[in-house]
Write a protein that binds this ligand. Structure first.
Ligand code: ATP
Ligand code: MG
Length: 316
């Protein structure tokens, strides 16, 4: 894996987005928190930038992050294509893909194998979890008898709100027939992820999928089984830590989240100064995630802004 020094050398060479790429004037593009997206008839060009967000705020740019996320998603899209078609049409660069432009369902489809995060907080407070009532006596991070779908809203601003299936159907957010397909696909994808990761000593604790309708058909959009959308835990240390009521050892964004919380930041007010060593450690964890999830080394392509701009111009 790349050393801390090699990562440090990349801190000033990250890809922050399309301004840097100098797109032709008049290009129709939008900015998500992490991705910059060019809109074309029936298609999108999605570039995963190096921006990193936590608590729904963009905090800065992390070396290699865009390449890592995009390459990981491509890895999983290829491994799950038999379950459901996905949005990928063509890979344009290590961070950029051409995709089918679909109508993304306005629901984040969260699947959980373990009782953790916001689901645990709801359960502990005696609330339902996206309309589900779990039996009493469960512990934090406990494995659920079977994976649960706990949908939430897809908010433009601020935090997502839990949604019950009843509310999704009653308000017509998703049609009943489509929702049935979504549930089946989400559980099958989660099972596939779980099965692929078992020999790698990793548990898929929870994840989020985005589905869309393309020419009337359900497809998988956005990203899949990345450290931005999922929590992964080490399988071997999980039982002992769980018995000791200690948090599982994970390879997700928890390191940066915890650092921010200790600095007193949970999404409100100004973002604190994040020192280089925290960036380097966060980048190291994304690299580690890539290598553990795929079983192969991460080879940075290190495409510069110029190269990326040329790729985008050629694709338009
Ligand atoms: N195939 C697709 N067709 C249409 N939209 C898509 C497709 N794939 C992903 N998207 C959308 O593109 C955006 C991806 O950008 P990004 O991940 O940066 O957004 P985000 O920060 O998660 O959310 P937001 O859109 O609220 O900024 C998401 O809104 C996602 O729903
Ligand atoms: Mg996203």
């Amino acid at each position: 894996m790349l050393t801390g020094e090699e990562i440090a050398g990349e801190l000033g060479r990250t890809f922050g987005g399309f301004e840097a790429a100098g797109l032709p004037p008049g290009t129709d593009w939008v900015r998500g928190k992490v991705r910059d997206i060019i809109r074309l008839p029936g298609e999108l060009i999605i570039s995963t930038t190096d921006r990193i967000s936590a608590f729904d705020r963009v905090l800065g740019e992390l070396p290699f992050k865009g390449e890592i996320l995009n390459t990981l998603s491509l890895h999983w899209f290829a491994l799950t294509g038999d379950i459901l078609p996905n949005h990928i049409l063509e890979s344009l660069s290590p961070r950029t893909v051409r995709v089918r432009r679909c109508r993304v369902l306005p629901v984040e489809v969260v699947v959980r194998g373990y009782l953790s995060g916001s689901a645990w907080r709801d359960y502990e407070a005696g609330r339902e979890i996206s309309g589900l009532r779990l039996p009493p006596g469960l512990k934090e991070n406990q494995k659920l008898p079977q994976p649960l779908i706990t949908p939430s809203t897809k908010e433009d601003q601020g935090h997502d709100r839990p949604l019950s299936v009843e509310e999704i159907l009653r308000t017509g957010l998703v049609e009943g027939k489509v929702w049935a397909q979504v549930e089946r696909a989400a559980l099958a994808l989660f099972e596939r992820g779980t099965r692929e990761l078992a020999p790698r000593n990793l548990l898929l604790a929870d994840t989020k999928y985005e589905f869309g309708l393309y020419q009337g058909e359900l497809i998988l959009a956005d990203e899949i089984h990345t450290p931005d959308s999922s929590r992964f835990w080490f399988a071997d240390s999980y039982p002992g830590l769980f018995e000791a009521s200690r948090p599982p050892q994970g390879i997700d964004k928890e390191y940066l989240r915890r650092w921010l919380m200790e600095a007193g930041f949970m999404g409100n007010g100004p973002v604190p100064f994040i020192p280089p060593e925290v960036w380097i450690e966060t980048a190291r964890r994304y690299l580690q995630a890539y290598e553990l999830l795929t079983g192969g080394p991460f080879i940075p392509h290190g495409a510069g802004k110029e190269e990326e701009a040329a790729v985008l111009r050629a694709a338009l």
